[in-house]
Design a protein around this ligand. Structure first.
Ligand code: KG4
Ligand code: ZN
Length: 331
């Protein structure tokens, strides 16, 4: 990407998906992911440079995900970025994967491959909902994060994936469960709303997942109506807790911008639930979402977060010492 006067021009945006490979196993297999990263790294880079139509020497910075995530995959990415930085003598910017998901919200589409950067009104509250994380993150300024709530067990994306597995659907489960839920009755089964009444902003999804497991035990999973009802009832329970806690945290911290980040932010029902809840109970807050294209993992979000890190005078890292960190936290 190229940034000039608040405009983001996407020169190339290449995603090499491994979904087909992992779906045969019903989830991501770390060693297979690492091998595929290794295989795909150079072809993806070649394609990106070709699409962008610029020479490697013309780039100013290389932004890379340091963590969190699966260590075998992170290591391939970090090593490739270090090699590029060393060979081209270009500065390396380390980015937290979740910063990337948060900063995807700063993008306002103008036209194909051209975005402007939104003017932020802090405090910003971002609900991160991905395959590995469920967190409420408060920001009082750019690149200053405070985790005010998070899941004590499973991530909500993981719960969507597990529910799809229990119901004998494919992988990843989120989009499939969402699609099926559209035809189901969300009140058909009264699934629990874990931690709904807790005074903090933490979440729990493992009990909800287990409730779906017990509900589906011995049932006819070829019954399309039943599957749709389970999907809709599960989704409603998950979205209920997410939206109520987000609203409560927004009220407590006086948040002015409310955002969503991570793969589950592609869920249209979640977007609708949040919009409706805030319009009714906290209309002064501005609820907005990342462009659909940049909800699931992508390189642009890492580049944007890298740009903000550089703007804050941080993030430039010593190519010799950069290491992947599977448990990296936002700070
Ligand atoms: O952020 P992401 O692409 O990867 C991680 O960093 O984890 O998120 C992937 C997760 C998966 O669990 C997937 O099932 C979920 O996002 N997801 C969805 C939807 N699209 C993707 N969950 C619910 N509804 C969706 N439409
Ligand atoms: Zn992600």
């Amino acid at each position: 990407m190229r940034i000039k006067r608040g405009k983001v021009e996407v020169l190339a945006d290449v995603v090499s998906s491994q979904i087909k490979m992992h779906s045969a196993y019903g989830g991501v297999v770390p060693q297979l992911a690492a091998r595929a990263h290794l295989r795909n790294m150079v072809p993806v880079l070649e394609k990106a440079f070709e699409k962008a139509g610029i020479s490697k020497k013309k780039i100013d910075y290389i932004a890379v995900t340091k963590g969190p995530g699966l260590i075998p995959a992170l290591m391939i990415g970090v090593n490739a970025a270090k090699a590029l930085s060393f060979a081209l003598d270009k500065p390396l910017v380390e980015v937290n994967h979740l910063e990337g998901h948060i900063y995807a919200n700063w993008l306002e589409k103008e036209k194909a491959d051209l975005y402007s950067l939104k003017k932020m009104r802090f405090p910003v509250l971002c609900l991160i909902v991905s395959g590995g994380h469920t967190q409420l993150v408060l920001m009082k300024a750019d690149m200053k994060f405070r985790i005010v709530g998070e899941t004590v067990d499973d991530a909500v994306g993981e719960a969507f994936d597990k529910v799809a597995k229990i119901l004998g659907l494919g992988y990843p489960g989120g989009p499939i469960v969402e699609k099926l839920a559209e035809a189901g009755d969300a009140r058909a089964i009264a699934f629990p709303r874990p931690m709904m009444g807790s005074k903090d902003f933490n979440f729990s999804f493992s009990g909800l997942k287990t409730a779906v497991l017990y509900e589906a035990k011995g049932k006819n999973l070829d019954d399309k109506k039943y599957i749709a009802d389970v999907a809709a009832s599960f989704q409603a329970a998950a979205l209920d807790v997410l939206s109520v806690k987000t609203l409560q945290a927004a009220k407590k911290y006086g948040a002015r911008n409310i955002f969503l980040g991570g793969g589950v932010s592609a869920n249209k029902a979640l977007r609708k639930t949040l919009r409706e809840k805030f319009a009714k109970e906290l209309p002064e807050a501005n609820v907005d979402f990342p462009p659909f294209k940049f909800t699931t993992d992508n390189a642009l979000m890492i580049a944007i977060a890298g740009y903000y890190r550089i703007s804050q005078g941080e993030g430039i890292t010593d190519c010799k010492h950069l290491k992947a960190d599977m448990n990296l936290r936002l700070i």
